[in-house]
Design a protein around this ligand. Sequence first.
Ligand SMILES: [Zn+2]
Length: 303
Amino acid sequence: MNLKDYFQKAIEEGFALGAINFSNMESLQGIVEASMKARSPMIISVSESALKYMGSYCYALTKSAKQIYPHLFLHLDHGKSFEVCKEAVDNGFDSVMIDGSALKYEDNISITKKVCDYAHKKGVFVEGELGQIKGIEDNTSASEHIYTDPALAKDFVMKTKVDSLAIAIGTSHGAYKYSGKQTLRFDILEEIERALPNFPLVLHGASTVEQSEVQLFNQYGGKLEKANGIPRELIEKAVTKHNIVKINTDTDIRIALTSQVRKVLNENKSEFDPRKYLGAGREEIKKVVLDKIYNLFHSNDKI
Ligand SMILES: [Zn+2]
């Protein structure tokens, strides 16, 4: 099954694929091992800056990962230009995101359409974004939410021919998602679904920022004050009751890895074997991803 088949299956059966960001071998291993154990399809996401960090090792690592477990889809997260998306398409990515959300509406349409025209010819899927997702993650930042306009969503999909659409309904990038009430705009989501029936929708900035992980992080000398995420029940509702088929998660993976590195190094001051602290981080990522697959995405046993 290709990604589009999985998205349709996800709409019909009320689950979602995780789209989890990685930036090194250990995070990729943790994500893949969890997916394999749970027999879950998985989107492995690379941001422009993670791609820069890993260089061509990124392609080698993901190629190996797909040989070990073929139910993985390699995805470019927040591509900001046609050139970056083209490079990903040419290097064998299964799908790319063109993020023209900061541009004027007409310009967002034109760049998204250009990427679709190129990618579709090569059988690569394209995700667009409409609205603005608050917060900071790598080279993507916005100071305010601009909720997706349901009327424009339909027009945007028709004109660009995107395969999926990232929408803004109150999720945000980073580890500080709320200062007030922790909620999402399900009313807007429902309007979008009425305008675009059975169309695959994507939630970015959907880490849950588990307080147990934050506590561990802080216990060993870290400082993440008032970090918080999207409540688990809201993610689950978006996945099971709505057409959200892709849940982006980055922050949770970063915190899981780093909290274990902090723990191991603090508990054993003489430790200098990277396998000891990165290995502990890898195990923690696996644990976090398994929890998400079984309890939030419900994508276990779907391959
Ligand atoms: Zn994002």
